[in-house]
Design a protein around this ligand. Structure first.
Ligand SMILES: Nc1ncnc2c1ncn2[C@@H]1O[C@H](COP(=O)(O)OP(=O)(O)OP(=O)(O)O)[C@@H](O)[C@H]1O
Length: 268
C-alpha cells in the first residue's frame, strides 16, 4: 500500500465561540487525488488549512507527511507541501520564470541574495513548459490572464518538489477554455509526478480533473461521505451535502451536477 501522506483523526476545530469542524477523519496516500466538496461555509478551507500545516486542531490529531502537528516545526513541514492559491498576493511585476522560482524559496516575492543553481533553473523551465507557458516565460505577472496565472502557480507549487499539492478552488474566475487547460495540466501531472498526492477544494463537480481518485463531501463541518470518487459522488450523497436535489452524472471521466426542482428528484 502507498505511504500515508495525510492522516487526520477526529479533528475538531472551534473558533469565535462556534465549532467549525465536528470530528473529521481523512487519510490520503501517495498518488491519490482528492476533491473536497461542499457548500459555502461547510469548512473546506478550514480543512485544507490542516492539510497544509497552517493551523492546529482544537482536538484530534493531524499527521502531515508522517509528522504530527504540534510536535514539529510547521515552517519546515510546509516546504514539502505545494500550495496553489488563486489569490496569490504577489505585489511586484515578476516574470513567470521568477514567480516559479519563488516556489523554491517558499516566498511570494524574489529572495534577495539568492541565485538559483543551473539545475534549479532547468527544472523551473521544464515545469513552465509542462504547464504550457513556454512562450510566456518572460511575461510579467500583471500582463497574464487569470488562466495563465493559475498554470504558473501550479508550476510554482511544484518547483520545490513537494509530496503533497493543495489546490484551493484553482479554477475560480476562469472562462471555460482556461478552466479546461488548467484541468488538462492537473491531469497530466498525475502521469508526470505519479507519487505526488493532491487535495483540491471546489464547489463544482464540473471542475474535477479526470484523474480525481477520491472525494470527501463536507456539510456544516461534518463528513457526509469519503472514499473512492465513484462511491462518494452519488446523487443521494451530493443531494444530502448541498441540501438540495442534485442529479449527478459521470461521463468520459468528467462529473456533472444538475440541480433539480424538488419534485423531480424521485422520478429522475
Ligand atoms: N477564524 C475563524 N473564526 C471564526 N469563524 C471562522 C473562522 N474561520 C472560518 N470560520 C467560519 O467557519 C465556517 C467554515 O469556513 P470555511 O471557510 O472553512 O468554509 P468553506 O467550506 O471553505 O466555505 P466557502 O466555500 O464559502 O469558501 C464558516 O462559517 C466561517 O465563517
Amino acid at each position: 500500500m502507498s505511504p500515508t501522506v495525510l492522516d487526520l483523526r477526529d479533528v475538531v476545530f472551534r473558533r469565535g465561540g462556534g465549532e467549525i469542524l465536528h470530528g473529521v477523519d481523512l487519510t490520503v496516500r501517495a498518488g491519490e487525488h482528492w476533491a473536497l466538496l461542499g457548500p459555502n461555509g461547510a469548512g473546506k478551507s478550514t480543512l485544507l488549512g490542516f492539510c497544509g500545516a497552517q493551523v492546529h486542531p482544537t482536538s484530534g490529531t493531524v499527521e502531515v507527511l508522517g509528522r504530527r502537528l504540534g510536535r514539529v516545526d510547521l515552517q519546515e513541514l510546509r516546504r514539502d507541501i505545494g500550495h496553489v492559491n488563486p489569490r496569490h498576493p504577489l505585489q511586484s511585476a515578476l516574470t513567470v520564470r521568477q514567480v516559479v522560482l519563488t516556489g523554491i524559496t517558499g516566498t511570494v516575492e524574489l529572495t534577495m541574495r539568492w541565485t538559483p543553481s543551473a539545475e534549479e533553473l532547468a527544472r523551473v523551465d521544464e515545469l513552465i513548459a509542462e504547464v504550457g507557458l513556454e512562450a510566456h516565460r518572460e511575461s510579467r505577472w500583471p500582463t497574464l490572464s487569470q488562466g495563465q496565472r493559475g498554470r504558473a502557480l501550479i508550476a510554482r507549487a511544484l518547483a520545490a518538489q513537494p509530496r503533497l499539492l493543495l489546490l484551493d478552488e484553482p479554477t475560480t474566475g476562469l472562462d471555460v477554455a482556461a478552466r479546461e487547460q488548467l484541468l488538462t495540466v492537473l491531469d497530466r501531472l498525475a502521469h508526470t509526478a505519479p507519487e505526488v498526492a493532491s487535495v483540491l477544494v471546489t464547489h463544482h463537480l464540473e471542475e474535477l480533473p479526470t484523474t480525481t481518485s477520491h472525494a470527501l463531501l463536507l456539510a456544516r463541518g461534518s463528513v457526509v461521505a469519503a472514499g473512492p470518487v465513484a462511491e462518494v459522488l452519488t446523487t443521494a450523497a451530493v443531494t444530502a451535502t448541498f441540501d438540495h436535489p442534485i442529479d449527478v452524472d459521470h461521463d468520459g471521466g468528467r462529473w456533472r451536477a444538475r440541480a433539480l426542482p424538488p419534485t423531480r428528484l424521485h422520478s429522475a
